[in-house]
Ligand binder design. Structure first.
Ligand code: C2E
Ligand code: CA
Ligand code: CA
Length: 733
């Protein structure tokens, strides 16, 4: 009970006392008053009756009635009623008693008096009195019961409600305590705002009037600084955007939720607003920054390329599908462009992946400058980029656009101290002629891009159904290639390499060919890269080496001149852990002379492979094997390796030789390569010599060896053998 508010206790005490005292006093008083009134009326009628009888006596004896004491007394005796003690007396005008009944009435008594008249003149008065005792006794009994009833009521009025109120208070207090601690410790922030309106009933301000510690912590402000402050100053401009909706909850009693973003902190909150009372708005804040950020991260990872930040394949498919849907509606013509950088692998291989990655980032930036906001540029992976143009029209024609993209590569890229000249090949597929789904449009743009590569790169091509056939062929090739080795469909040709000074054959380069069951003779450009991609180059390379070594051994045994036999080795073969092991085994098993074997490596081979593998390959020089660098000048590598690696031959790439008679730049390059190789003591071989002018220029520069159609095309082994025989024995080199 002590928990009950003292003023409430007092109030219940007063009410209890009031009611019970009222009952204890009023009930007997009322009883007494009513009983007294009826007693009075009884006395009144008694007096009237007696007066009537006395008047009869007065009439019969007007002069002497007052002396008829006996008659009067008898009359009075007769008038006594009930068992209630009553007494009556007749008094004269001077108050003298004329007659009196015999009964006595114990005090106190109620008296009723009436004058008696004779011919209108007062001649005396009658007094009737009854004892009040019985009435008082009954009133005492009533008072007794009233007090008991009052006391009971007092208890009922005071104790029972107090108990109920105390229980209610206790429950309220407990629940309030519970809510307060919940409010103070909950991790959600909670703020209470007061809404103020101006004289016209328009909104004037929103003020924070309470906030829990979490709220203060969330918004990085002390509780005291929070309370009394303008809500918008505390919760920012996004909060203001929802003002009209929050005002609605005031009237409608509903709740709303919205997302709040605080640009200064970058935090996100889930806000729920409701009105707990008139003119008040409560807001509940849940910090969803983490989940929002990871959502964004996931979204980014799922839809964007991490390296360039461009949309990825998944998002790109989505965008094409959107473009297709719009196209069907608006009768527009979307187009898909497939871009693939030329010789990107070389850059990756020779300058390393970080340079390659940096280049991709810059390429993405350069391409982005030409993309309209309605179109999408994406990176599919590697050096493959795609563009979807939502609408081809007068402002944007696919040809011009493709050319613009190609031209954007004209200026060199400056990456990590390297100046890189890069070109791009593009394929274009148009909706709906070249495909009506994202898959086919991308596939056909890819095929068109392949054909750009085949026709010399740095160009664009539109898709044509023929390309589909070519792609089919590539697939056929892949399966065919897998069986070619076991079916013995490969063969080699040998191309003579001529000494520039003596004009005799000093070496033979082994070039592999494929005798396809239906297509006939297939040149290596059509299957070597496929063999490299599929890993088939490993058994194929070993087969070439073995074939060359066996031929060398047979011809040596037959007494032919001991010339060099050059074998092309792909980077994939060097990557193999046991490459030198294979060479050793083949040499041993065929009995070939290691000193007559030359391995042709490309520049990229030197950079992509781990140093250990390369030094193992160069270690084979101890067995007598020579090493040549093939296609010299086309790689992107720095020339550092030339100083450090013991190279035997440099093969000047055909691309520098082709126009050597007319192109001064090619002349300068070839001159420089020859001069450099001479200074370093490395012998040089010019590839692709087809004309007399080329030969003369090269000889003029001091070129050591010549390979090319001018002297010989690659020959079948039989023809080569004949050539060697006619040439007779000559010293190698
Ligand atoms: P490569 O190593 O640069 O071989 C020289 C290529 O130039 C050969 O083409 C040859 O036929 C061609 N050629 C030689 N002289 C002339 C000329 O005067 N004019 C013209 N236009 N071309 C000339 P081929 O046989 O088509 O081989 C192409 C490439 O295939 C080779 O280039 C080589 O990289 C690769 N290859 C050939 N055989 C093998 C092999 O057994 N293993 C590996 N890994 N690659 C091979
Ligand atoms: Ca070669
Ligand atoms: Ca070559």
């Amino acid at each position: 009970m002590s928990q009950v508010n003292p003023s409430l206790q007092h109030l219940t005490l007063v009410i209890g006392w009031g009611i019970s005292s009222l009952i204890a006093v009023l009930a007997p008083a009322a009883f007494y008053w009513v009983s007294y009134q009826s007693l009075q009326s009884v006395l009144a009628s008694q007096t009237e009756l007696t007066a009537g009888s006395v008047n009869g006596i007065i009439l019969s004896n007007p002069k002497m009635w007052r002396f008829e004491e006996i008659r009067l007394s008898e009359l009075l005796e007769r008038q006594t009623y009930d068992k209630i003690p009553q007494t009556s007396q007749i008094l004269g005008t001077a108050g003298e008693v004329l007659a009196k009944s015999s009964a006595t009435v114990p005090a106190p008594a109620a008296v009723h008096a009436r004058f008696i008249h004779d011919a209108g003149v007062v001649v005396g008065r009658i007094e009737v009195s009854r004892s009040l005792r019985p009435l008082l006794q009954r009133t005492a009994i009533v008072a007794f019961f009233s007090i008991i009833t009052g006391s009971i009521l007092f208890f009922v009025f005071r104790k029972l409600p107090l108990r109920a109120i105390a229980t209610a208070f206790r429950t309220l207090e407990v629940s309030e305590k519970r809510y307060r601690s919940l409010y103070e410790t909950m991790k959600e922030g909670m703020a209470l705002h007061r809404v103020d309106f101006d004289g016209n009933g328009d909104f004037s301000s929103l003020t924070v009037i309470d906030a829990n510690p979490s709220c203060a912590a969330m918004f990085g402000s002390g509780l005291t600084r929070f309370i009394g402050n303008d809500s918008f100053a505390m919760f920012g401009d996004t909060f203001r955007e929802y003002l009209s909706e929050m005002l609605k909850v005031l009237d409608q009693g509903t709740s709303i939720s919205f997302e709040l973003h605080m640009p200064d902190t970058g935090n996100y909150y889930d806000v729920q607003a409701f009105s707990p009372d008139r003119g008040l708005i409560a807001t509940l804040f849940e910090d969803i920054t983490e989940s929002r950020k990871s959502e964004q991260q996931i979204q980014k990872m799922a839809y964007f390329d991490t390296l360039t930040g461009l949309p990825n394949r998944a998002l790109f498919y989505d965008r094409i599908n959107q473009a297709i849907a719009l196209a069907n509606r608006d009768k527009a013509n979307p187009a898909v462009l497939f871009l693939d950088m030329d010789h990107f692998k070389n850059i990756n291989d020779t300058l390393g992946h970080s340079t390659g990655d940096q280049l991709l980032i810059e390429v993405a930036q350069r391409l982005s400058q030409h993309i309209r906001s309605c179109d999408t540029l994406a990176r599919l992976g590697g050096d493959e980029f795609v563009v979807v143009i939502t609408q081809l029209g007068k402002q944007l024609d696919a040809t011009c656009f493709a050319q613009k993209l190609i031209d954007s590569f004209l200026a060199p890229f400056h990456i990590m101290g390297n100046e890189l000249h890069i070109t791009v090949s593009i394929g274009i597929a148009l909706f709906p002629n070249d495909g009506t789904t994202a898959e086919t449009l991308i596939k056909h743009a890819d095929m068109a891009m392949y054909s750009s590569k085949e026709t010399g790169r740095n160009a664009y091509n539109f898709f044509s159904p023929v390309m589909n056939q070519k792609a089919l062929m590539r697939m056929e090739n892949e399966t065919g290639l897998r069986h070619a080795l076991e079916r013995n469909e490969f063969f080699i040709e040998l191309q003579p390499i001529i000494c520039a000074r003596t004009r005799t054959v000093v070496a033979a380069e082994a070039l592999v060919r494929w005798n396809h069951p239906t297509r006939g003779r297939v040149p290596p450009v059509e299957f070597i890269s496929l063999a490299e991609e599929t890993g088939l180059i490993l058994p194929l390379g070993e087969w070439v080496l073995r074939t060359v070594c066996s031929t060398m051994k047979a011809w040596n045994d037959a007494g032919l001149p001991p010339i060099r036999y050059c074998v092309n080795v792909s980077s994939r073969q060097i990557e193999q852990q046991n490459f030198t092991e294979i060479v050793r085994t083949v040499l041993r098993e065929t009995g070939a002379n290691a000193a007559q074997l030359e391995i042709e490596l490309t520049e990229s081979c030197l950079v992509t492979n781990i140093d250990q593998n390369i030094s193992d390959v160069f270690g084979m020089r101890e067995w007598g094997i020579a090493i040549a660098i093939d296609d010299f000048g086309t790689g992107y590598s720095s020339l550092g390796y030339i100083k450090t690696l013991p190279i035997d031959h440099i093969k000047i790439d055909r691309s520098f030789v082709t126009d050597i008679s007319s192109n001064v730049q090619d002349q300068a390059i070839v001159e420089a390569i020859i001069a450099m190789s001479q200074k370093l003591g490395i012998r040089n071989i010019a590839e692709g010599v087809e004309t007399c002018e080329q030969l003369e220029f090269l000889q003029g520069q001091g070129c050591n060896e010549i390979q090319g159609y001018y002297f010989h095309r690659p020959l079948p082994p039989d023809d080569f053998e004949k050539l060697l025989r006619t040439q007779g024995e000559l010293p190698a080199g």
